[in-house]
Design a protein around this ligand. Sequence first.
Ligand code: ZN
Length: 66
Amino acid sequence: MGLTACPSCEGQVSTQAATCPKCGHQFKTPGSLNLKDPVHLVGLVITVLFVLGVAGYVLKVLLSGV
Ligand SMILES: [Zn+2]
């Protein structure tokens, strides 16, 4: 049994919970992406941008370090 952060109120919620006890956010598919939820979509976009940024930085370091 673990805790996860609620995407709506960022409170700590049990991963077993179907809904957030604090704000009532519904976890339709716990532990997986739900692209119909704008919170998840924004999170995915931020994650992709972050990964691209890190990849670009690593490439830059590798190319300049030769
Ligand atoms: Zn919540």
